[in-house]
Every structure is written in structure tokens, then in C-alpha cells.
Write a protein that binds this ligand. Structure first.
Ligand code: ADP
Ligand code: MG
Length: 606
């Protein structure tokens, strides 16, 4: 950072617009003052510090003492407080203009926020204080307490960041550890679930097997019954066909008519023969009676009582006997006819009876056959229905779905999902464990880095300070730095400790107890060393170094020592070193002297 100009208006004691140029040769420059308003104060209160404060304010928005804008505007001016600084970084020119009342902050003419400026300057206000502008009221590095020194040192070296990083890694490691434990307990729960699911699958598989066996048995039984019914059906069909094949010829009843008519005729004839026979009997009876009348008679006609010859009687008797004999003969004939007719009748009756029996038998058979067919038909219908019903039963049994298949499928799907989950969780845990290992490594690693950086920075600072000691003419002197020091009681004193090794002491002594004429030069060496360290670490080169009132409490020789040292440093480092002092110092090698005069118009540069 090469500072070029500082334009000030209405800032602190500077009321009018003033320009201060840093475009000067390298060397030791002197800034002094004259207070014409209060001459008793000599060069005090002239506005020297106000000028330098303007530089800090334009860059950071506050002064070296932390005074904010509201208090930096010139009390006697109505104009806005305005500071503009021209500078170059890496050969590129920039200008920052900060105004208060109304407020504005511009970088190269553009309104910006402070963080843009911070990023460009790359130095915190503290770092600026310890490396470029040693302000009047700021303490020198060595004068700070060990704890303050440590704070400044760790802030500048950004060492706290490493502690924070380590703490962050540690916190993360703890969080990861908890996460891993939670993950592991979840994993064991998942594994428990998996075992339960496996048991569920096995249990249901066995139940499924049982179900299938029962189904097979049921189907076997149903099919066997079905086959039985089919056999029954076939048998019934055969029976039906057989029955249908059976033919019953109805006996021919036609002859019965003839037989009936013959029978009637025979009966009629028998009747007439019987009548004839009765007539024969009557005739015979009459003839016998007649004959009986003649029997024993010898001369008289029984009828007319006339005397008749025996011959005649005999003749009469013979005639009667002849008639009787004729009737006997006819009677015999008729009896024979009767017998024949009876026989015939009986024969016809037998025939008719036989035929009737046959007809009845046929009718019975036909009826029986019909009944049988009807019965078979009924049975066929029943069996048919039963077969259909059985078929339906088989169908239903075949269609019976195994409820365990679904349960097993679902359990397996769940198992698969849980297994996937388990793999993912395991992977997560492995990943977390790796991360934990990394975090544990870094929790330690960041601390080690910090320690390494501390040691490195300490060594560098030591080198820088000791270089400055040499340049400040303190040969055979050295400074030793430590961030932790063993105390007399054996404990560890935290803080930034400085020990001085001088030709006067056989052993190094702590800075705190050091008392010697070289204190100011040792202080300067510390301040310059720290400035060198900050700028070197940041890779910043600056053309300016400012020391505001460093001669306070110095003896004349001390002042001379200081001027000499700063001069050589300026020449050595090719810098503009500004020494600010309220007195007019007598030093022949100032590259320039600038006086700030304060009169009733405020401060201005002459
Ligand atoms: N806002 C302000 N307006 C006007 N004068 C101020 C303001 N702030 C401080 N001063 C005065 O400016 C003078 C210069 O102070 P300072 O710059 O510290 O002097 P020096 O460093 O030269 O001793 C002081 O007298 C102080 O009272
Ligand atoms: Mg001052």
C-alpha cells in the first residue's frame, strides 16, 4: 500500500480543506506543530494527531482512539466532515472518500460498504496500528501485559481461528459420536426388525405349506368323490340304456274275442243241452210213470179202463220201453255233448284266464319298467346335479388362494426394504465413522497447526525483533519470546512472555522486571519487529511508518538514539518514517519537516 495524499476538511481541528502529501522521498520525516491559539502548549494541540487520525478514520470509520464520526466533525464548521485518501495497491491507484453528515463512503467514486475497503486494505485497525501507525496514546507492544500481548499476537496471527477450528472439529466429532451411537442403536433396532421379519416369513412359509397340503387333500377328496359320482352316473346311464333296450310285447288279445264268442256259444249250447237233458228227464219220468202204470196190469187199459189184451199191454210196455231207450240214447248223446261243451268251456276259460294273466303280467312289467326308467332318470338328474355341485366345489377349491402367499410376499418386501435401509444405515455409520476419524484427526491437527504456526511466528518475530535490536545498536542483546512459560512454582504461565538477554545479566530476565537505559530501544525493537512481522505475513508493503509522540519520557540521549534508529530504519527499509513530536527536534538528517499550525481558523499545514 503506497499512500499518496490525504485531503481533509472539517475534520477535528482542520476546518478548512487541507491536503497532505505522502509523495516524498524515503527517509525520516518530521511532523511538528505550533499552537498559536494556546501558545503555552507549544506544539501541543496543534492538530498533528488530528491529521493522522484522518488517515485512520478514512480507512476504518473510526480514529485510533476509537472516536466515531459524530465527534470528529470540526466543531466550528457547518460543512460535512470529509476525508479523502489517495493510495495505490499493487500498482493500481485507488481513492477512498468518507463523509459524515450526510454520510457516504466511496471507493474510486463508487459507493461501497466498509467490508469492501477492509478486503482491499487487508489490515484490521489493530494491525494497522501495530504495523503502520503507532498512535500517540497506543501502548507499545512490549508495554502490554503478557495476556494483552498474547491477544494481540493471536489476533494478528489469526491463531484463534485454529483454536476455533479445533474446537469446531472437536464439537463436530462429539456430535458425530452421538450420531454414530444413535445410528448404531437404530441399526440394532433394524436388525431386530429383520430377525422378526425373517421369523415371520419362516412361520408363514410353514403355514403356507400346511395350507397347500390341506388344499391338495381337499382337492383329492373332492375329485375322488367327483369320480365316484361320475361312475354312478355312468352306471345309471348304462342302466338307463339297458332299460330302454328292454322291449315288452303286449300279449295278443285278439284271439280272446273268438274265444269269448266261442265260450258264449258253448255256454248257449250247454244251456240248450242242459235244457234238452231236463226235457229228457221229464220225458223219461213221464214214460216211466206210464210204464209203471202198465206194470202189473194185464188186461185193462190204465188210461181208459177198457179191457185190453195183455199183448196190447205188453206192446204198450214195449213201446214205452223203446221210447225210454230212445230217450236214454238221446240223453246219453246230450250228456256227452254236455261234457264236451263243459270241457270246451273250461278250455276256453283257461285260455282266457291265461291270456288275462299274461296281459296283467305285461301291464305290471310295463309299469315296473316305466317306474324303473323314471327312477333312473330321477337318479341321473340328482347325480348330475351332484356332479355339477361337486365340480363347483372343485372349482372353488382350486381357486382358493393361499392367504399366506400375500403375507409372505409383504413380509419379504418389507424385509427387502428394511435390508436396504440397514445397508444404507451401515453405510451412513461407516461414513460417519470415517468422518469422525477425520474430525478427531483435525481436532488434534488444528491444534498442532496452531502450535506450529505459533512457534513459526514466534521464531519469525524473534528474528525480526533481534534484527531491529541490532539496527538500534544493541549488539550482544537478544530477545526471547514464549507463549507459555514455566513459573518459579513449576506451573505454566499463559500469556506472551518476553525475556531479555543482555550483556549486563548472566541469565535472561523477564521484560517485566527489566530496568535499564535501553528500554526505549527494546520497546522500539519490539514494535518494529511486530510491524515487520504483520506486513511480512500479510504480504503488504507500505511506504509509510508513523510514530506519534514516541519521545515522551525519553532523555535527550534517548531521543537521539531514537532519531538515529528511525533514520537508519527508514534508509534500510526505503520507507518514509514519520516522527511526530510537539517539540522542535534538533536533528540534521530529517528528510523534511512539516509544521501544523493551529490558529483561530483551525489547523493548517505550513
Ligand atoms: N471536533 C473538533 N473540532 C475542533 N477542534 C477539535 C475537535 N476535536 C479535537 N479538537 C481540538 O483539536 C486540537 C488538536 O488536537 P490534536 O490533533 O490531538 O493535537 P496534537 O496532536 O497536535 O497535540 C485540540 O486542541 C483539540 O481540542
Ligand atoms: Mg498528538
Amino acid at each position: 500500500m503506497i499512500l499518496k495524499y490525504l485531503q481533509i476538511e472539517s475534520f477535528k481541528s482542520f476546518k478548512k480543506s487541507t491536503t497532505f502529501s505522502f509523495e516524498r522521498e524515503t527517509g525520516l520525516h518530521f511532523l511538528t506543530g505550533r499552537n498559536e491559539v494556546e501558545p503555552d502548549l507549544e506544539g501541543n494541540g496543534a492538530g498533528k494527531s488530528s491529521l493522522l487520525d484522518a488517515l485512520v478514520w478514512v480507512l476504518y470509520g473510526k480514529t485510533a482512539q476509537g472516536v466515531k464520526a459524530a465527534n470528529v466533525r470540526n466543531w466550528n464548521s457547518m460543512k460535512p466532515c470529509r476525508v479523502k485518501c489517495d493510495f495505490a495497491i499493487d500498482g493500481i491507484g485507488h481513492a477512498i472518500e468518507r463523509i459524515w453528515g450526510p454520510n457516504s463512503l466511496k471507493l474510486d467514486g463508487q459507493i461501497v460498504e466498509q467490508d469492501v475497503i477492509d478486503a482491499l486494505i487487508n489490515l484490521t485497525p489493530e494491525e494497522f496500528n501495530y504495523s503502520i501507525f503507532a498512535s500517540q496514546f497506543g501502548q507499545m507492544f512490549f508495554d502490554l501485559s503478557p495476556t494483552e500481548k498474547l491477544t494481540v499476537f493471536t489476533d494478528i496471527m489469526a491463531l484463534e481461528a485454529w483454536t476455533e477450528r479445533s474446537a469446531k472439529a472437536s464439537r463436530k466429532a462429539k456430535a458425530l459420536d452421538i450420531e454414530i451411537r444413535e445410528g448404531q442403536s437404530r441399526l440394532s433396532m433394524i436388525e431386530g426388525t429383520l430377525d422378526a421379519l425373517e421369523a415371520e416369513v419362516v412361520r408363514n412359509q410353514s403355514a403356507s405349506k400346511g395350507y397347500e397340503e390341506e388344499k391338495a387333500t381337499q382337492l383329492k377328496d373332492l375329485r375322488a368323490t367327483y369320480a365316484d359320482w361320475c361312475d354312478d352316473y355312468d352306471n345309471l346311464v348304462n342302466e338307463f340304456e339297458e332299460l330302454q333296450k328292454q322291449k315288452f310285447i303286449r300279449p295278443d288279445t285278439k284271439p280272446a274275442e273268438d274265444w269269448n264268442s266261442d265260450h258264449h256259444k258253448a255256454i248257449d249250447r250247454l244251456d240248450s243241452v242242459e235244457k234238452t237233458l231236463i226235457r229228457y228227464d221229464v220225458k223219461l219220468m213221464h214214460l216211466q210213470e206210464e210204464w209203471d202204470k202198465f206194470d202189473g196190469v194185464t188186461d185193462k187199459c190204465p188210461h181208459c179202463n177198457q179191457s185190453v189184451s195183455s199183448e196190447h199191454i205188453e206192446k204198450q210196455k214195449d213201446g214205452l220201453e223203446e221210447d225210454i231207450s230212445d230217450i236214454h240214447r238221446d240223453q246219453k248223446k246230450s250228456k256227452s255233448s254236455k261234457a264236451k261243451l263243459i270241457k270246451k268251456c273250461e278250455s276256453l276259460e283257461t285260455k282266457l284266464e291265461d291270456l288275462s294273466t299274461l296281459v296283467l303280467q305285461h301291464s305290471d312289467k310295463a309299469k315296473d319298467h316305466k317306474q324303473k326308467i323314471a327312477a333312473v332318470k330321477d337318479k341321473l338328474s340328482i347325480v348330475n346335479h351332484t356332479i355339477t355341485a361337486q365340480d363347483d366345489l372343485i372349482d372353488a377349491a382350486e381357486k382358493r388362494t393361499n392367504p399366506f402367499t400375500k403375507i409372505i410376499g409383504e413380509a419379504k418386501a418389507r424385509k427387502m426394504r428394511v435390508t436396504k435401509d440397514r445397508i444404507a444405515r451401515k453405510k451412513d455409520i461407516d461414513h460417519l465413522m470415517q468422518e469422525l476419524e477425520g474430525m478427531q484427526f483435525w481436532a488434534k491437527g488444528f491444534k498442532e497447526i496452531r502450535l506450529f504456526l505459533v512457534e513459526e511466528a514466534l521464531t519469525q518475530l524473534e528474528v525480526e525483533i533481534n534484527n531491529n535490536l541490532l539496527q538500534l545498536g544493541l549488539r550482544d542483546w537478544s530477545i526471547k519470546l514464549d507463549v507459555e512459560r514455566e513459573t518459579a512454582t513449576g506451573g505454566v504461565a499463559k500469556g506472551f512472555h518476553v525475556t531479555v538477554q543482555s550483556p549486563y545479566n548472566p541469565k535472561p530476565v523477564p521484560w517485566a522486571v527489566w530496568s535499564g537505559g535501553e528500554s526505549q530501544r527494546l520497546r522500539l525493537a519490539g514494535t518494529m519487529g511486530l510491524s515487520d512481522l504483520i506486513l511480512a505475513r500479510k504480504g503488504i508493503e507500505c511506504n509509510i511508518e508513523i510514530y506519534d509522540e514516541p519521545t515522551a519520557h525519553l532523555s535527550q540521549s534517548g531521543i537521539e538514539d531514537l532519531l538515529d534508529s528511525l533514520y537508519h530504519r527508514a534508509i534500510d527499509r526505503q520507507k518514509q518514517i514519520w516522527l511526530v513530536d510537539h517539540r522542535s527536534l534538533d536533528f540534521g538528517s530529517f528528510a523534511s519537516t512539516t509544521t501544523i499550525v493551529k490558529d483561530k481558523e483551525g489547523s493548517h499545514i505550513v
